[in-house]
Every structure is written in C-alpha cells, then in structure tokens.
Design a binder for this molecule. Structure first.
Ligand code: SRM
Ligand code: SF4
Length: 561
C-alpha cells in the first residue's frame, strides 16, 4: 500500500482521530500502540519511539524494542508562566524515563521516554496548568511561532495575540482529545461532529505558521508554510506581509524534494489575519498532494500551481484582496543573549541552552536552575525558536538575584563563543526513529574544533550560524545556516555552506557524505581565506557567496544545482 493510501485511510477510518487509542492504551502485553494509532497519536501531540541505543541488545535478548513516547506541547509563541514551568519540570521527573526536558526549534518543549501508562497522567498534568498537546504534531497547523523577545513590548503584545488567535482558530475541533485524555464527555459517533476547517481527512501533511517582527527573524519565518511579518507604524501594528510555501524537509538522492523559502503574497490588515490564515489552510487542504507524502507540503503546491494562482484562490476564499508588500528589514535570525531592557523598564535575560536539552549534569544543573528561578520569578519564560530560553519581564529590583541564580546553576555562562551560541542541532539519536547520524550528542564536540579553526585565524568572536541534523528532514533548519551538516549515515554528513544571517537564503551542498576529518580539512582553508579577504562586518556565509565558493540559492528548485 502506498504511503498516501496508508495515511489517508487511517485518517478516514479514525472517527475524527480516535482510532483504537483507548483500547491500545489498556493492552498490557506490549509497550507499543497499534501501528495505525501511532499515526493518529501525532495529532494528540505524541510519537511512539524506541531507544535506538538498546535496539540490538533487546533483540538479542528476544525482547520487544524498549517502546516509549515523545510528547510535544502546544505553546503558541513559547510563553509559559513560572507556575506552568514548575509543573512542566515536575512532570518530567514523575512521568518520563530520562527525566529531562527538550526545548525545540518551534518554541515549545518535549518530553522523551514516556511509558505507555504514563501518557494519560502526563497529559492531565500539563492540562492542569492550562497547557495541552493538541495539534502539536500531525497533519494540521502546529505550534504557532512568534518573535520571542518582548523588548518592543506594545508591538510584541499585539503580534503575540495574533499568534495565539491563529493557533486557536486552526485547532482541530474534534472532541477526541478531551474524551481520551481528559475524561471529557464521550461524543464519539455523534453525527454532528465536524471539522469545519480541516474536514475528516485533515491536511495532506503537517502545516507550520510563524509571526515575525522585523528587524528580528528569530522565528525563521521563511521556513514556514504560512508566515505573518508584522508591519508597524509609530510602534503600532498596522498589518502583516503574508508569506507562503516555506519548508525544509527533503530526501537524500531525490531531487524532486528540496528545502524552499516562503514567497510573499502581499499585505493585509490585522483584522484580515484569521480569514487569510484559514483560506491558505483550506486551499492547501484541497489542492495539496495526497498521493505522495514526500511532495505534500504547501511549498510543492505553490511551486506546482504558481504563486499567482494560489493568491487568487486565497483572495476568493477569504474575501481579502492583498495589498502591495510593505517594506521591512530583517537583520538577524538568531537570539540576542544576555540582558535586554524593554521599553516598559522590564528586563529580559536570554540564556543559551546547548541544543535545548535541559538536564542536570555534575557540571551544570540546568533543569534545577530553571526550577529554582521559577520559584522566585515574577515575570514569565519565553522559549525561543533556536532552542533557548528567556527569563522575561524581570523588574529592575529582581535583576541581580535572577542573574546570580542563572550563573550559579550554569545557565548563564561567560565562556561561550558566538560560534557556539549560534549553533543548534536536532535531537536525532537515541530517540528519533528517522536519524541516520548523531546530531545533538555530537555537535558540541565538533563545535570545539570549529571554534579552534576560527580562533587560529583570529576570528574567535565571529558569529557563525552552524546547524546540524541527523537526517535530511531539516528539524534544526540546517539549509538556512552558514555552515550546515546533514546526516547521511553513521559519522557521515553532507556539508552545506552559504546561508545568510537573515534566514533569507538557502545554502548549497559543498561536500557530500564526509566524516569529521574531511569536514575540518575542507573548512580550514575557507576560514583562512575569510580571515584574509573578509570585508568589514561581512558574515562567513555572505563571504562564501561573494567569492564564488557557493552560489546564492533563493529558490529551492535550484538547491540541487
Ligand atoms: Fe521535525 C519529524 C523533531 C522541528 C521537519 N521531527 C520529526 C520527528 C518527530 C521524527 C519522526 O517523525 O519520527 C522528530 C522527533 C525527534 C525526537 O526524538 O524528539 C522531530 N522537529 C523535531 C524537533 C524536536 C527538533 C529539535 O531539535 O528541536 C523540532 C520540534 C518542533 C516543534 O516543537 O514542533 C522539529 N521539524 C522541525 C523543523 C523546524 C521548524 O519547523 O521550524 C522542520 C523543518 C521545517 C519544515 O517542517 O519543513 C522539521 N520533522 C521534519 C520533517 C520533514 C518534513 C517535510 O516536509 O519533509 C520530519 C519527517 C516527516 O514529517 O515525515 C520531522
Ligand atoms: Fe530526527 Fe531527522 Fe528531525 Fe533530526 S532532522 S530530529 S534526525 S527527523
């Protein structure tokens, strides 16, 4: 059976995402759920996984794989209160095998290693503090990103409100989530149950939305299916430039798949936001490719039908006519570290969390540190789209206390170079079923060596965006990085160069399927040339394009050359 038939059939038969999840949860014989249900649980926010480090050992012992689940929460804009943080932290200890938390590249957190019997209490636990995992994964609109730093407070508050409204507006309406996890009234089989936006087949594929506030593109808006770029006048939100058709995932060796940058439809006023968001989603619902999941994202729909045709359809469905794109400038797609003062005299402390993993080690007690801060913090926490966290809205009077705590627990470090602070890796081994090579567990040691190369050339403080993923799906958005590594096999990576700091240019394959020695040998002369020929304030990726080492790619259809 084709992948299409399989997934579309599962959705069709699922009775609005119920399947046999309830029965599967009760089955004591296995730690797993029935295969079809594992596709449905994604819409409820969780994936079945197994510990890949232990696969062989378990097989040798004739045991089934060590099944557990990964759950991702829905937190639009990544904002959590201290009370919520304390609950999030406690649940990791009580209901997961690893006892860690993982900040993701979409401003939320994941739990890994949840045993089957723990899934329901865990979901109830996050629900008790007004969080949920509905539509955090699956063929629906997922967690909506919003520029993280509330420095430009008024504008930020407006843009954040829209991110929350978009998230709520595009949530599936099925009561299955409440029924199964929160012991809500059983409405399964009710003929009136409907999905007004999605229909019973939901979308052909996942769908991602982001709200960006120039000059910061810290949400990498062009990597999203749907983007809203806030346009302000005198500090007030007057509307959005709307973008469509961004995405990262591709398949090694298949040039019909590629990462793509979103393209601009035009300008709309704030009141038109939900109508346009819904029209883009329903157009993709009806026009997206349901034959091949590899080609089912909106980016392929846009490239197949053309931007103009898609725009006309969205205008028809929404009743909104797009205005001319408004001017704006992006200056960076990474986080701003350390303290930043907001216009309302509140302070925001951005902390670098290596690859988003919050765990206690003998050297640093990152998880404990955030818990202790949550106990005294009067503002909120903001998870960033580059796996970091902001202790936000700190009053002047509390600043020294928070800073001292962040230092005490190793959350705030002075010894980090901009190279490390701009690096991120996806999860990969041991939990990700799709990983071909290490990522989170390997990048830190590779960064040590990359730092040495830059330092040897007098460029220790050069901010370079480096991103690694364990497979070509692109979860750490590696194709937007100045230096990108994408796993091909154990210890082997495709090496990409030439992305920009603005998130507005794709990189290009420079060397294929190489290991660490070859990576470092290939990088060294390029950094040496950069040190000699660099123009003032020139970024490494821009230099590589200017000097012809790689060409500038702004249309994914040219990504493979
Ligand atoms: Fe992702 C699948 C982790 C952001 C593109 N992603 C997966 C799965 C669930 C593997 C699976 O299907 O079995 C990974 C779970 C690993 C684990 O053990 O936790 C996974 N993706 C992640 C996270 C946790 C990476 C991280 O290190 O932070 C990110 C969670 C985001 C969130 O909170 O919602 C994550 N994934 C992304 C992004 C980045 C983004 O959205 O800005 C992308 C590229 C953008 C895009 O969607 O095009 C991304 N993930 C994928 C794809 C490829 C989709 C495609 O169009 O081809 C897959 C595989 C799939 O869907 O078939 C995937
Ligand atoms: Fe897994 Fe690949 Fe995503 Fe990394 S990029 S988390 S290896 S799916």
């Amino acid at each position: 059976m084709s992948q299409k038939a399989a997934n579309e059939g599962i959705k069709d038969r699922s009775n609005y995402l119920r399947g046999t999840i309830v029965e599967g949860l009760k089955d004591p014989i296995t730690g797993a759920l029935p295969e079809d249900d594992t596709q449905l649980t994604k819409f409820h926010g969780f994936y079945q996984q197994d510990d890949r480090d232990l696969r062989k050992e378990r097989k040798d012992q004739k045991l089934e794989p060590l099944y557990s689940f990964m759950l991702r929460a829905r937190v639009p804009g990544g904002v959590a209160t201290p009370k919520q943080w304390l609950a999030i932290d406690k649940i990791a200890d009580e209901h997961t095998v690893y006892g860690s938390l993982r900040l993701t590249t979409r401003q939320t957190f994941q739990y890994h290693g949840i045993l089957k019997s723990d899934v329901k209490p865990l979901i109830q636990g996050i629900n008790a503090v007004m969080l949920d995992s509905l539509a955090a994964c699956g063929d629906v609109n997922r967690n909506v990103l919003c520029n993280t730093n509330p420095v430009e407070s008024e504008l930020h508050a407006d843009a954040y409100d829209w991110a929350v409204k978009i998230s709520e507006h595009l949530l599936p309406q099925t009561k299955a989530y409440y029924e199964i996890w929160l012991d809500g009234e059983v409405v399964a089989g009710n003929q009136d149950e409907q999905e007004p936006v999605y229909g019973k087949h939901y979308l052909p594929r996942k769908f991602k939305t982001a709200v960006a506030i120039p000059p910061h593109n810290d949400v990498d808006v062009f990597a999203n299916d749907l983007g809203f770029i806030a346009i302000a006048e005198n500090g007030k939100l007057i509307g959005f430039n709307v973008t469509v058709g961004g995405g990262m995932g591709m398949t090694h060796g298949d040039v019909t798949t590629y990462p793509q940058l979103a393209k601009t439809l035009g300008f709309i006023s704030p009141e038109e936001t939900l109508k346009v968001a819904e029209a883009v989603v329903t157009t993709q619902r009806d026009w997206g490719n349901r034959e091949s999941r590899k080609h089912a994202r909106l980016k392929y729909t846009v490239d197949r039908v053309g931007l103009d045709a898609l725009k006309q359809e969205v205008e028809k469905r929404s009743g909104v006519i797009f205005g001319k794109e408004r001017d704006y400038t992006f200056t960076q797609n990474s986080d701003r570290y350390g303290w930043v003062k907001g216009i309302d005299s509140r302070w925001h402390l951005t902390l670098y969390i290596e690859n988003g993993r919050l765990v206690d080690t003998p050297k640093r007690q990152l998880k404990t540190g955030l818990r202790e801060i949550a106990k005294v913090h009067q503002g909120d926490f903001r998870m960033t789209a580059t796996q970091n966290i902001i202790i936000a809205n700190v009053p002047e009077s509390e600043k020294d206390k928070i800073a001292a705590m962040a230092r005490e627990y190793g959350l705030w470090r002075e010894d980090l170079t901009p190279i490390r602070q701009n690096a991120m890796a996806c999860v990969a081994f041991p939990t990700c079923a799709l990983a071909m090579a290490e990522s989170e567990r390997y990048l830190p040691s590779l960064i040590d060596k990359i730092e040495s190369i830059f330092a040897a050339n007098g460029l220790a403080q050069q901010p370079v965006v480096t991103r690694m993923t364990g497979c070509p799906n692109g979860c750490a958005r590696p194709y937007l990085a100045e230096i990108g590594f994408v796993g091909k096999g154990p210890g082997k990576y495709n090496f990409y160069l030439g992305g920009s700091h603005l998130g507005s240019r794709l990189n290009q394959l420079y060397r294929e399927n190489i290991g660490e020695q070859e990576i470092l040998a290939a990088l060294e002369p390029l950094v040496a040339d950069f040190a000699k020929q660099k123009q003032r304030d020139e970024a490494f990726g821009d230099f590589l394009v200017r000097t012809g080492v790689v060409k500038a790619v702004i249309d994914g259809r040219e990504f493979h050359g």
